[in-house]
Design a protein around this ligand. Structure first.
Ligand code: PLP
Length: 235
């Protein structure tokens, strides 16, 4: 497929995902506007993002700083409403670029990164919202703080680093039912007084909405399958 041409199914896929979000919110007795769709465009070309933008989808997720830096500046000039969420692991040496590029950084998970983000925000005078990533399944290969460490780390981010912590994000283990993970993360957010919950992907966003997600990160259901190597490298 020509990467400069938009995927022909994006508009229809997007409409279907929106319908499913509306239905899930209704079923959960929640306001539809309380659930934001973050369209995850990682590995896909800017033309795909543009195809979603012209359908009125303005919020996107990317998991790599460098990929976002290459893809979005031109689109932002054309669509000032565009908002970008970082949903992948962040190295401290990319904190400055991340603060410059993203509106929400969903993957804050360690003191060294919190310190680097705080320094970058001071330097740039820009304060993107931050979410704490919770490793709800305590998987050794996965980023995020453990549920047991969450409250302490959130307090540290607020008091020591003065970060604008707004919510939590999680990626449950692939081989387990997701609902208990979403419920656990929602409970941590409630205890810590955080409003935003980034939970749910293409395979499980309806469950996440039922359990309180305020944003869902949906990639393949909108943009189609990702190239295999890229999707393996991604979390
Ligand atoms: C890739 C990715 C998604 C989207 O996954 P799909 O299954 O394609 O919807 C969501 N969240 C994170 C953190 C991702 O890396």
């Amino acid at each position: 497929m020509d990467p400069d041409l938009p995927h022909p199914a994006i508009a229809a896929n997007l409409a279907l995902v929106r319908e499913r979000i509306v239905a899930a919110a209704r079923q959960a007795d929640r306001a539809v506007n309380d659930v934001e769709l973050v369209a995850v465009a990682k590995t896909h070309p800017a033309a795909f993002v543009r195809a979603a933008l012209v359908e009125g989808q303005f919020t996107f997720g990317e998991n790599r700083v460098q990929e976002a830096a290459a893809k979005y500046p031109a689109l932002r000039a054309e669509f000032p409403q565009l908002r970008l969420h970082l949903i992948g692991p962040l190295q401290t040496n990319k904190a400055l670029d991340a603060v410059r590029l993203f509106d929400v950084i969903e993957t804050v998970d360690r003191p060294k990164l919190a310190a680097a983000l705080a320094a970058a925000m001071t330097k740039l005078g820009r304060r993107p919202d931050c979410y704490i990533q919770i490793n709800s399944g305590e998987e050794p290969q996965k980023a995020g703080v453990t549920p047991a460490d969450a409250a302490g780390f959130i307090a540290e981010c607020r008091t020591k680093y003065d970060l604008p912590i707004k919510g939590l994000m999680c990626i449950p283990p692939v081989d387990q039912p997701v609902a208990p993970h979403f419920a656990l993360v929602r409970e941590i957010a409630r205890r810590c007084g955080l409003e935003k919950l980034s939970m749910g992907m293409s395979g499980d966003f309806e469950t996440a909405i039922r359990l309180g997600a305020t944003s869902v990160r949906v990639g393949s259901a909108i943009f189609g399958a990702r190239p295999l190597a890229a999707s393996q490298a991604a979390p």
